[in-house]
Design a protein around this ligand. Sequence first.
Ligand code: NAD
Ligand code: DAO
Ligand code: ZN
Ligand code: ZN
Length: 368
Amino acid sequence: MKTRAAVALAAGKPLEIHDVDLQGPQAGEVLVELKATGVCHTDAFTLSGDDPEGAFPAILGHEGAGIVREVGAGVKSLKPGDHVIPLYTPECRECDFCLHPKTNLCQSIRETQGAGLMPDGTSRFSLDGTPILHYMGCSTFSQYTVLPEIALAKVREDAPFDKICYIGCGVTTGLGAVVFDAKVEPGSTVAVFGLGGIGLNCIQGARMVGADKIIGIDLNPDKVAMAKQFGMTHFINPKDTPNVVEAICDLTGGGVDYSFECIGNVHVMRQALECCHKGWGESYVIGVAGAGQEISTRPFQLVTGRVWRGSAFGGARGRTDVPKIVDWYMQGKIDIDSLITHTMGLDDINHALDLMHQGKSIRSVILY
Ligand code: NAD
Ligand code: DAO
Ligand code: ZN
Ligand code: ZN
């Protein structure tokens, strides 16, 4: 079949809209008609050419929501008509990682997914006979896409696609880091570094679990109003505060119980660790730093009980946890609507990337 898609033909070039050939689902695969997709920083990072794993030509996009249209042989958990969210972190429920209680990083299709291919080592997309790579196993910048069954979360049918697509990455990453990975307790003190699409979801996660002080840190004062709306109780702008770590320790009687770095800046990662309380404070790295960058601190920070950890896709096991997050949204426990600042058609997707680079959007959503 043909599908309309935004194709990344080469690094650093604008996306081009093409009618691409799409082969139907093979065994264990599912054809999905996307109804909406968010445009995330990671798509822009890969398109820029700075992503060492980025390969072209490819169809980017990993934050979608849509409807199952066809299933391949052997698919049991999904049927045509089901509403789904694609998962860049799949959940096979069988591999060593899925069976281990301490991780969500299913590895069953990691190698082929990382290479931009389906599990059988081939691509379903092509343009004029040239194969086009998949991206993060999702390729949601195409109206139709094919995914493995294990990379789709089935969600309730009354949830709006144009909002729940954001659960495919940003919402789950920020909220999940607080709820599933850190398991922040009621009454805790929390610091969130970076008040963008991920950090704001950490903030609303902290509010949801009943954190006491929620301190936001950002260089951009324009972020304050939205962060307060999402539950931030105190704001620190590093431009006005010579020693951010000291300021956080002063606010919290010696440091926070939990901190989250949502920027990807290795110097800020150090501050996020060092503002944690001696003896028990835990810091979570969520931001993805540039290739080759390294973190550092004095080891005594760890000897004296601070903990340095990381979080991917919020620690969520996608097929199990994503439907729960959709429920939280539908029950009004979390706000997604305020974070979706722009919507547009696929033809305007390069505008969505421009808005992101100019810092004018939190999330742009493409409507198919
Ligand atoms: P964003 O650009 O929307 O937000 C970043 C915020 O950090 C902005 O508000 C900016 O003003 C602020 N900032 C920048 N430098 C700062 C500094 N030195 N001190 C204080 N504030 C500063 O980005 P986002 O979409 O929220 O993504 C954040 C990070 O999370 C990115 O690195 C992204 O790649 C990563 N990410 C990680 C995962 C994961 O699973 N771990 C998933 C998705 C995204
Ligand atoms: O299992 O090695 C692996 C891959 C884990 C992928 C985790 C992705 C986390 C951050 C990437 C940004 C997501 C949009
Ligand atoms: Zn698995
Ligand atoms: Zn993303």
